[in-house]
Design a protein around this ligand. Sequence first.
Ligand SMILES: Nc1nc2c(ncn2[C@@H]2O[C@H](COP(=O)(O)OP(=O)(O)OP(=O)(O)O)[C@@H](O)[C@H]2O)c(=O)[nH]1
Ligand SMILES: [Mg+2]
Length: 286
Amino acid sequence: MKSGIVAVAGRPNVGKSTLVNALCGGKVAIVSDKPQTTRRRIFGIANADDYQLVLADLPGFQRPRDALTERMQHTVDASFEDVEAVVFVLSARERIGAGDRFIASRVFALGVPVVIVLNKVDRLKAGHIAEQMNTAARLGNFHALHPVSAKTGDGVEELRNELVGLLPEGPLYFPREQRTDLSVEAQISELVREKALWLTRDEIPHAISVEVDEISEKVVRAFLLVETESQKLILVGKGGSMVKDIGTRARPEIEALLGHPVFLELVVKVRPRWRRDEATLDRLGV
Ligand SMILES: Nc1nc2c(ncn2[C@@H]2O[C@H](COP(=O)(O)OP(=O)(O)OP(=O)(O)O)[C@@H](O)[C@H]2O)c(=O)[nH]1
Ligand SMILES: [Mg+2]
């Protein structure tokens, strides 16, 4: 039996969570087109008869601006302890630059193998991919470099094999049927937040948090927290249309998770400056 933890690091929005989902063969982490979607460390677990690969999906590297982003970056730093390897994710669709070199200076100093993943190669010209691979290769002394598309699944199996090859002999850390370390409550709040992120823009996605208030046999009630009255107006939408849309999108996934139908009640609430409030952040698990 081979087992161990591999951290997944990179700039915001490069596709770390999409990649973790692809490696695990199912959804464990929420994904959105807005940066800073992932706020806490999430284990995604890939199981087979002879291995257990635990992927630590992480928030994107960033310069902290408030208590929330400070905690997120702290999570990233702390998650590099006791890992067998690091997957350093880059986007083939963006210029590889100073942000990536800063992360490189951190991950290549850890003393564990670094596997560079050039993600989002779908629908890119071969010449452009080759150029990006050359630039990526200069970031540091990598163990391997994999061009992949987390979205289409191209190259994901080869990457998984590479990572399993880096695992030492070890125990089962989680029961085989378990695919994430998040509680059901946390998974529900993440699913609701995901739908809210897709439907909002500008500063709103960053101002949203979700707190599950009640899970019973028939009802799931969750609070969508925002910081100001104007954000609340936007999230509620005309005649409640926005919050209704969020609920319609989130409910099927929540029902699949719970295994039975539920009434999903979403309540938008203003909690001023929650991003700076340590007690709220504690309760939200970030
Ligand atoms: N075209 C393409 N888009 C991708 C691919 N992987 C991810 N994306 C898109 O990139 C965006 C960001 O994906 P995430 O997986 O949320 O990125 P992340 O790195 O986890 O982002 P943070 O959690 O905010 O740091 C989403 O719109 C994804 O659909 C890919 O292989 N190809
Ligand atoms: Mg993410």
